[in-house]
Each structure stands twice: as structure tokens, then as C-alpha cells.
Ligand binder design. Structure first.
Ligand SMILES: NC(=O)c1ccc[n+]([C@@H]2O[C@H](COP(=O)([O-])OP(=O)(O)OC[C@H]3O[C@@H](n4cnc5c(N)ncnc54)[C@H](OP(=O)(O)O)[C@@H]3O)[C@@H](O)[C@H]2O)c1
Length: 281
């Protein structure tokens, strides 16, 4: 059975590590704040001193930190992933990163002769903790085939979008659309409220039609703040900024709108609130 490395044990990395442990894999973890790995140690994870040590011990390494900045630190910094990985290790970027950063990582791995895939995630805290994530893959088919038995331990669905970088491209497209749905739900409720309608009834009917996961979570968050947070506003805001850069000169007026709304939420001090609770501020 493959040895797994998880670098970054936040909401997503923690859930992924737990499911590999449940499935009998040996799991090596590293987190900047060591105290956050305590529960995983109790479940049998081995805590490493550096990302390099994690990469050295593992056959498959998932990097699940916040953003481009943290990615740069844990891959290329002192005692970073590149210092511990060898040509047999499969290195996976599972953080949501900019396209520029993802392409740069793929290129660096290619030059070093290392196996790389971008596999950003969707499914939130519950998906990670229950082993039911959807994995959005970019990279060689051969590498994907090699690691699929392990990926199945943390996921319910695996999509392969094409070569390196295409998983991340899809992830940014997805989060753009999901944020439009969240803000759209809030505006629909605003209209219902302005007409003194029964908001519970309106929300219940919207969950029925158009329905879908995002209408459902938006509706729940409208009446009760999600606790614990499943996905931080600060991370979605980061994804929308990356999507804007990815879009370049394309005319995506809705992307500009949602970017503005999430920027406002961050400025008001709600960066650590749940992404779906934005309609309540
Ligand atoms: N939560 C979701 O629903 C979800 C879904 C899909 C994708 N994602 C993406 O997955 C990634 C992780 O999300 P999350 O929800 O697990 O976030 P999180 O709970 O905020 O965890 C972030 C992780 O990154 C680490 N980190 C941050 N800055 C760092 C730095 N400079 N150097 C080293 N480590 C650093 C944190 O370490 P500390 O503990 O030391 O702070 C923590 O382990 C993000 O890119 C996010 O956009 C999240």
C-alpha cells in the first residue's frame, strides 16, 4: 500500500489524512502549526519536521495549504518538498492556486524529472471528512492510473480534465460559478423580503427548484451560520482573484460582481466566516 504525505492539515488536509489512515495507509503529515496535527497523531499519523521529510517518506504527496504564497514556501522554501522528493514520488498540488503558479510548478517538476499532477478538490469539510471529495485532475493519464486506487479512498468522483494545469483551470471556473449561485440566492431572498413574503417558504421552494448543492447550502447558511466553517471566505476571495487573472481580458461581468461582493465581505472583517454566509452580512 502506498505511503501518503499530507502537507497542510487544515480543514481539507486533515480530512484527507483521516481517510487514508482509516483505509490502512501509512500517513506522514506536516503542518506549519504543529498543534493542529495532534488529533492525527492519535489516529496513527507520523508528524514530520519539514515538508522535505514528508516528501522523502511518502510515495504520494498532497500539498493542501492556502494559496500561491504558501505553495511557494512549502515546495521551494528551505526544507521544502523539492528537497525531499525523488523521481518515483507523485507530487500533487491540491491547494487552489493561480493558473500561473500551477503552470510554473508543473514546469519545475518537468525540468527536475518529477511526477506532478494538479488535483484541486471540491466537496468541502464534509466531503473531506467523509472521504467523498470530487477530485479535479490535470496531468498524465499514466500517473493518474497509478494513483487511482489511493485517490478512491478520499473521493466519490474523479474527473480528468487534461494535461497539467487543467484541473486547476476547471476549479477556478467552478468556484466562479458557485459564487454566482450563492450571491444570486441572496438577491432572490432580498426580493422576497422586500415583498414581505414568507422567507422560509420561499427558501424551501428554491431548494426544490432550481435546487442543487449550492442553493441548499446557501439556504441553510441564510438562516443559521455554518458552524464549523466549511470553506473560508478568504479562500474563496483568493480563488475569485485567481479566476479574474485567468480570465484576462474576457468580458465576465458576473465575475466582477461576485469579486466585488466578496472583497466587501473581507474588508468588513468577515474573512474567516463561511463562504455561504455572505448573504447575511
Ligand atoms: N475548505 C474547503 O471547502 C475547500 C474546498 C476545496 C478547496 N479548498 C482549497 O484547499 C486549500 C486548503 O483549504 P482549507 O479549507 O483546508 O484551508 P485552512 O483550513 O485554512 O488550512 C490552510 C492550511 O494551509 C497552511 N498554511 C497557510 N499558510 C501557510 C504558509 N505560509 N506556510 C505553510 N503552511 C501554510 C495552514 O497552516 P496553519 O495551520 O499553520 O495555519 C493550514 O494547514 C485552499 O487552497 C482552499 O482554497 C478548500
Amino acid at each position: 500500500m502506498k505511503k501518503i504525505g499530507i502537507i497542510g492539515t487544515g480543514i481539507m488536509g486533515n480530512g484527507m489524512a483521516l481517510n487514508f489512515l482509516k483505509n490502512g495507509n501509512q500517513v506522514f503529515v506536516w503542518n506549519r502549526t504543529k498543534s493542529k496535527t495532534e488529533k492525527l497523531t492519535q489516529q496513527g499519523a507520523v508528524v514530520c519536521k519539514t515538508p522535505a521529510e514528508t516528501a522523502k517518506n511518502a510515495d504520494i504527496v498532497f500539498e493542501v495549504t492556502s494559496d500561491d504564497k504558501s505553495s511557494k514556501q512549502v515546495w521551494e522554501g528551505k526544507n521544502g518538498i523539492f528537497q525531499g522528493a525523488d523521481k518515483s514520488t507523485v507530487l500533487i498540488a491540491s491547494s487552489t492556486l493561480s493558473i500561473e503558479r500551477t503552470d510554473q510548478l508543473a514546469e519545475k517538476c518537468r525540468k527536475k524529472g518529477l511526477k506532478f499532477m494538479d488535483i484541486p478538490l471540491t466537496g468541502g469539510r464534509i466531503g473531506a471528512e467523509s472521504g467523498n471529495l470530487t477530485l479535479l485532475c490535470g496531468g498524465p493519464k499514466k500517473t493518474l492510473k497509478e494513483i487511482t486506487p489511493e485517490l478512491k479512498k478520499i473521493s466519490a468522483k474523479i474527473y480528468h480534465f487534461g494535461p497539467e494545469g487543467h484541473g486547476m483551470r476547471y476549479k477556478l471556473i467552478l468556484n466562479f460559478l458557485q459564487s454566482v449561485h450563492i450571491i444570486g440566492f441572496g438577491q432572490a431572498m432580498k426580493l422576497a423580503k422586500s415583498s414581505n413574503m414568507d422567507l422560509n417558504k420561499v427558501s424551501e421552494a428554491l431548494v426544490e427548484k432550481p435546487g442543487g448543492i449550492i442553493t441548499n447550502i446557501s439556504s441553510k447558511a441564510y438562516f443559521k451560520e455554518p458552524d464549523p466553517v466549511t470553506f473560508y471566505i478568504k479562500h474563496l476571495f483568493k480563488d475569485l482573484k485567481y479566476a479574474k487573472k485567468f480570465a484576462g481580458k474576457s468580458d465576465l461581468s458576473l465575475l466582477d460582481e461576485v469579486l466585488k461582493d466578496y472583497n466587501k465581505a473581507v474588508k468588513k472583517g468577515f474573512k474567516d466566516k463561511d463562504w455561504a454566509s455572505i448573504n447575511t452580512f
